[in-house]
Design a protein around this ligand. Sequence first.
Ligand code: MLC
Ligand code: AMP
Length: 494
Amino acid sequence: MTTESFPHLREGNNKTALVDGDNSFSYADVNRRIDRFATGLLKGREDLEEERIAFFIPASLDYVTTMHGVWRAGGIAVPLNVASAVAELDHYLTCASVTRMIANASYQDSLRALCDRLNIELVSVDDVLVDEAGSLPDIDPERRAMMLFTSGTTNQPKGVVSTHKTIQAQITTLIDAWAWTEDDVIPLFLPLHHIHGIINILSCGLWAGATVHLFAKFDIPRITDQIIAGTYNVFMAVPTIYVKLIQYFDTIDAAHVQQICDGFNAMRLNISGSAACPVKLFNQWKELTGQILLERYGMTEIGMGISNPYAGERRAGAVGQALPGVQVQLFDEYDKPIHEEALPGEIRIKGDNVFLEYWDNAKATKESFKDGWFCSGDVAVLEDGYYRIMGRSSVDIIKSGGYKLSALEIEGVLLAHDAISEVAVIGVEDETWGESVMAVIALNAGAELDYDSLKQWCDGKMSSYKIPKAIKIIDALPRNAMGKVTKPALKEML
Ligand code: MLC
Ligand code: AMP
């Protein structure tokens, strides 16, 4: 079996697979279009042989056509963040040695110079589609299928490579655990360069034969109108989305709030993940909608690993138990497995769901595994049969609104500013974003800097959600005897 074995897509029935605004597309429509696209990509070759094909396409029929088309033609799909800054794209495209970029006409102008410089062919989905589908290769499930860029404790994001088998394992465990069926209808408004949107929503939906409603962004009025109309029975989001919905309730009248909450109440499932769901938020959501949020834990490198039960107690502040097919073990600082409850340790994961490698980075791949276990860097504790996430082993990783950000990457960009002599980027607790980015800055002699001008300077150099939400100017950064900035001390000081 391969990723192309999405059974409902292959069967190509007349049920609605995707809804995009006023347009609906059946499984048959989508399936035929994917085959025509895959044939066009091949340009007469038998197999793309893991050619890296990047795409810069918001949630749409074109996105699905491209992702599955690349898979069916034997390429590696590299979906990119449509909100990326050019400097970030340069890194992704160079790192992955991308040869072709698929982008809608509206994005092509902004990408042309970069693609020309990197010798990348820039085309649209329509340019690739051919009239008649031809024969497509058989794909071994062990082959590479997708590369997603993830920030970590290095200053440049790494390409996480999954195989067809990895992706299938990540999808099928969730289909069973969360009881997906073809009667499900789900809105998709999360970005499609991360697994939450790609695997948990889009791929599970299409694998199950469900209907996925596509939104280019989290458009609260349009989405809540559909919720009132009873369109959806499943809702998956990051905690910030639930916070933003509750904030929205303060801006509309009580009867409208009640209609939205009734819409949520009628659903079979509301899920929260990608960042910690505060107990306060869990309780607020229950009070407002009657829904008991199902919180789960995952990571780009593993898909989903741990989940509260679909049937059974969903515990506030906890992420639940290992998903079927996923092995989870906590390890202490001496790499010894922890078998007792209440002792915190690093979450390590084994299973078919675990990624293959960081692209072109054997060193990072080797360092992230110990005895065959993938080391997540997240610290958890087992309490009464439920895992609870306690934090991360690195202060250099920030989770803001579900996005994983590298403090080192942001510092690297800020250091190029003329006024900045040294900088430490930290995550500070924030009710909306979970953590928000703060830059603590020491200036060069005689230099001045205000927040607005720095924000403007950052524009185009990094994705907007990475730009610090606040700055703090201090005389010098606190450092330990080794000369390293002591971020925990800095956080405490602030
Ligand atoms: C937007 N902004 C953010 C931000 N998102 N700032 C910090 N952190 C974020 N996450 C800023 C923008 O830069 C902009 O700033 C302003 O907020 C408004 O932007 P917007 O795009 O209109 O915001 P909104 O649509 O409300 O976006 C919020 C959001 C989005 C929550 C919908 O952040 C989002 O989609 N997050 C989910 C990311 C995700 O899918 N993570 C999963 C990774 S996979 P300004 O100053 O320009 O106005 C993973 C594994 C797992 O984690 O377990 O799932
Ligand atoms: P990413 O690398 O973007 O896939 O983000 C994965 C990280 O998100 C994990 O390593 C965790 O730190 C965090 N994460 C995901 N789900 C949860 C959760 N339910 N609670 C706390 N942290 C989470």
